[in-house]
Write a protein that binds this ligand. Structure first.
Ligand code: NAD
Length: 477
């Protein structure tokens, strides 16, 4: 018996959770549930996180969490429980299978069968945002080597365990050479360890277009957080419906399984489709090694869909046979336990689907050399040449101004008059002879800038790692 935490959530949550648990029990899942309360009631009792300290303890103790959707109240500074749970528990991988159920569920993509593996913790979701000037705000995009290694390795291990042939990586490394560049580099490094699996990389814009147009050309796709967030919804929708998809959030210690849709608070009672949460539960059973039960439930569910027993969202006059409520749909799946689909492809889960990754090994640090600094200024003038004349007065000894950019575009030297400028300027200082910079030189430079009346909003150190420049140039440089 494996103890798991469950939360029935809000809106349609309790109905779809009850339906899912009934199917799991009837199929012989060896689980014991411990229920916690999360969501709307907890938020409205004054807890802005939507979860109590005691509930965290239960989740951490049981390690496996099956969660129904919750309602996040509008306004009032309530934090998304999903984002908090993923980050606190280190659930670095979000897995979303998207398979079409044609002809039983209408779709333009009848042979689509893909799995999106999304990095779940970092990227622009680090939540580090600042307003720096009247006109400019920033959000830091953080990508780490351990973050990339874990998610990319997970994608290849997943492909291996589930008999998938190809892993595709989407990034925008033609623009974000450091951040997405690292993700792509790690992808290439790890792909080389799996010669039996085809690997490929697409720039995310054309990759997304291909995914929406010809999803059958993909198998497993791994992506940084933001692209994965957007494209996994696109993939679920074009497969047939977001209402059918489940997702797994996997960490080294804990894992959370859920439907990808929300709590649909306005839905009529006993009309919701429990399939998304049921798919999440099937992933959970695979994760905890109960693969036979997972297979039995998945095949019975496919059989139910193809026998035309449909909830309101899937029901079509002509192609469906019977329109049922949430509870009756669950009964139909239970009645089909042990049966296989005839038209839809049956699933075959071999034993031991749990994916064990090696612990991240930090490499020996590379030689790191400070070679300059970017000084960011809030400056209300509009003329880059005038700013350069003033900033050049900060030069001292071998420290010289080498470039000014505005929103990343080089405006000095040799800028274009046509370039639109805001009040957010980056002034790059290096040494004229290429010798290293020092922290003291940065402090002295800032002091001179402040004494001269400049408003310094931040600095960024410029480093070389192993002798290679590790920072972006100005666009146009
Ligand atoms: P939603 O996914 O709850 O509902 C959108 C529409 O999709 C519904 O009106 C309904 O027509 C359909 N739908 C959703 N699930 C269905 C199901 N199982 N069966 C049949 N039809 C289904 O999205 P929303 O209306 O934007 O959000 C409602 C609430 O859910 C909000 O408070 C939001 O914050 C929350 N939410 C929670 C989660 C989560 O807990 N994981 C995820 C998304 C949204």
């Amino acid at each position: 018996m494996r103890k798991i935490t469950i939360a029935k959530g809000d809106g349609i949550g309790p109905e779809i959770m009850d339906a899912t648990l009934k199917i799991l029990k009837a199929a012989g899942a060896q689980i014991e549930t411990e229920e916690i309360e999360v969501g709307e009631k907890v938020y409205l009792s004054g807890n802005t996180a939507g979860i109590s300290k005691e509930s965290w303890e239960v989740i951490r103790r049981n390690k496996i969490f099956l969660k129904a959707p919750i309602t996040t109240p509008q306004g009032g500074g309530y934090k998304s429980l999903n984002v908090t749970t993923r980050k606190f528990l280190g659930l670095y991988a979000n897995i979303r299978p998207c398979m079409s159920l044609y002809p039983f569920v209408p779709t333009k993509h009848p042979v689509m069968d893909i799995v999106i593996i999304r990095e779940n913790e970092e990227d622009l979701y680090a939540g580090i945002e600042h307003q720096q000037t009247d006109e400019v705000v920033q959000c830091l995009k953080l990508i780490s080597r351990p973050g990339c290694e874990k998610i990319v390795r997970y994608a290849f291990e997943y492909a291996k365990q589930y008999g998938r042939k190809k892993v595709t990586c989407f990034t925008k490394d033609n623009i974000m050479k450091q951040t997405d560049g690292l993700f792509h580099k790690v992808f290439d490094e790890i792909a080389a360890e799996y010669p039996e699996i085809i690997n490929e990389h697409w720039i995310v814009d054309i990759g997304a277009a291909k995914l929406a147009d010809t999803p059958e050309m993909f198998d497993v796709i791994v992506m940084p957080n933001l692209y994965g967030d957007i494209l996994s919804d696109v993939a679920a929708q074009i497969a047939g419906s977001v209402g059918l998809a489940g997702s797994a959030n996997i960490g080294e210690e804990c894992a959370m399984f859920e439907a990808i849709h929300g709590s649909a608070p306005r839905m009529v009672k006993d009309s919701a489709n429990p399939s998304g949460l049921l798919e999440g539960a099937v992933m959970m059973l695979n994760h905890i090694g109960q693969t036979e039960v997972a297979e039995k439930i998945h095949n019975a569910w496919l059989k139910t869909i193809e026998s035309g027993i449909h909830t309101k969202d899937l029901y079509r006059e002509g192609s469906s046979i019977k329109r049922v409520g949430t509870a009756e749909f669950a009964e139909a799946v239970i009645a089909n336990l042990g049966q296989l689909p005839e038209t839809l492809k049956q699933v075959n889960y071999e034993k031991n689907r749990s994916i064990q990754l090696p612990k991240y090994q930090r490499a020996a640090p590379a030689q790191k050399t400070l070679v300059g600094v970017d000084l960011f200024l809030d400056y209300k003038g509009l003329n880059a040449n005038e700013l350069a004349d003033d900033v050049k007065k900060l030069e001292k000894n071998s420290i010289i101004l080498t470039m000014i950019t505005n929103r990343g575009i080089k405006v000095w030297p040799e800028g274009f008059e046509e370039t639109f400028c805001t009040d957010h300027w980056r002034c790059r200082f290096k040494t004229s002879n290429g010798s290293p910079f020092s922290n003291q030189a940065i402090l002295d430079l800032m002091q001179r800038a402040i004494d001269t009346g400049f408003e310094v909003i931040k600095t960024e150190n410029l480093y070389q790692f192993a002798g290679k420049d590790a920072y972006s140039l100005g666009q146009g440089q």
